[in-house]
Design a protein around this ligand. Structure first.
Ligand code: AMP
Length: 290
């Protein structure tokens, strides 16, 4: 596995791999890799013959006052974690390489970027879309891998890839969880012991929705109320949003039908966590996936 720090080197290496007939896969991350990230890397390695993992703590996707400076940076451990999986390139550019002083272009996926995560984190999706577009342009992968953990982000990237005819398939992988249900996240490392125990409330709230939906409830209002009640019952949790949305538009729904998501974000102490439940309804039958 080769560690690459410059855009030009990465671009040339990926171009050469493509010219030699490789199927190139890209896994964009901000590092501090955990089993959730590694599941994306494994999926990429299973389907592609040349895999690039990028590690870049992207400053433009942090809203003012967020945790950019204290976000965990663990390049040596990340390198050791991905090397045995068959990754060819670890692309870890410094900030000036991705954003030289004259940098002045950004991309916005309108509509989808304004709701939920976008409303709570101004500028977040502009930063995400811009850096992902740049990474896709550098690597030109056949496929790029994202986690359903960040469902709105994955939806926005898919929209951007379609709108701009980027030619890379956007693959969305399942959420990897701790044994007690907490979705793995680099930000879980901020939680102290009490907060870590309290953080399972996100999963518990979604599991309640799953139970009610599997029991036949299709009205969104009582499901949302149940989710909120569960979150409110945890003293260390402060709810940001909890909704049932259409999986395509991220508009709140009144009835569970077709592809929906129960989405929620909450602060546990000062750490903001998010999670979601996929609800697929077809002809009255539902499949819920946490
Ligand atoms: P991040 O490093 O937080 O930007 O995440 C990089 C990629 O890993 C994104 O596509 C995330 O959705 C994905 N990811 C993060 N946590 C998980 C998880 N618990 N399970 C699956 N994918 C995840």
């Amino acid at each position: 596995m080769e560690l690459v720090h410059t855009v030009e080197w990465m671009r040339q290496a990926a171009r050469q791999a493509r010219e030699e007939g490789a199927i190139v896969g890209l896994v964009p991350t901000m590092g501090a890799l955990h089993a959730g990230h590694l599941s994306l890397v494994r999926a990429a390695c299973a389907a592609c013959s040349n895999v690039v993992v990028s590690i870049f703590v992207n400053p433009t996707q942090f809203a003012p006052g967020e945790d950019y400076s204290r976000y965990p940076r663990t390049l040596d451990a990340d390198r050791a974690a991905v090397a045995p999986l068959g990754v060819h390139y670890l692309f870890a550019p410094p900030v000036e390489e991705m954003y030289p002083p004259s940098f002045s272009t950004s991309v916005v996926v309108e509509g989808l970027s304004e709701r939920f995560e976008g409303r709570s984190r101004p500028g977040h999706f502009r930063g995400v879309a811009t850096v992902v577009l740049k990474l896709l342009e550098i690597v030109h992968p056949s496929a790029a891998y994202f986690g359903r953990k960040d469902a709105q982000q994955a939806r926005i990237i898919r929209q951007m890839a379609s709108d701009l005819a980027l030619g890379s398939e956007i693959v969305v992988c399942p959420i990897v969880r701790e044994p007690d249900g907490l979705a793995l996240s680099s930000r879980n490392s901020y939680l102290d012991g009490r907060e870590r125990a309290a953080a399972t409330v996100l999963h518990r709230a979604l599991a309640t929705v799953r139970e009610r939906v599997e029991g036949g409830e299709r009205r969104a209002a009582p499901l949302v109320e149940e989710m909120r009640r569960k979150l409110a019952g945890e003293p260390l949790a402060a709810i940001d949003y909890a909704e049932i949305v259409n999986g395509d538009t991220f508009e709140p729904v009144t009835t569970v039908r077709g592809s929906c998501l129960a989405v929620l974000a909450a602060f546990i102490g000062s750490t903001r966590l998010l999670d979601n439940l996929s609800i697929e309804e077809c002809n009255g039958r539902v499949t819920c996936t946490l």
